[in-house]
Design a protein around this ligand. Structure first.
Ligand code: ZN
Length: 89
């Protein structure tokens, strides 16, 4: 029986190859849900679906698209928002 803390459904089993070509059973937290667009709530492409400690290791450019509202709005909603702002200004 696994330890009590590993019996949670938020923890998953992973088989990891370790040095010596042994495979051992490890436990890790599940991946978070996909980042969603703030306007249409579609899943955002180009956003890593990883836990923060893994995202911290990534390069700045791998974390979100490098455009206005990148990582917040999808490209279509970003375009709409830019048009809306240009018209109201
Ligand atoms: Zn959107």
């Amino acid at each position: 029986m696994p330890e009590r803390r590993f019996r949670s459904t938020s923890v998953r089993k992973v088989h990891r190859r370790v040095p010596g070509s042994r495979t051992v059973l490890r436990y890790e937290r599940r991946k978070p849900s996909r980042a969603k667009c703030g306007k249409c709530s579609q899943p955002l492409p180009g956003i890593p679906r990883e836990r923060p400690y893994r995202v911290h290791g990534l390069a700045h450019t791998q974390k979100r698209p490098s455009r206005p509202f990148g990582g917040t709005l999808c490209s279509e909603c970003m375009r709409q928002e830019m048009r809306r702002r240009a018209r109201s200004a």
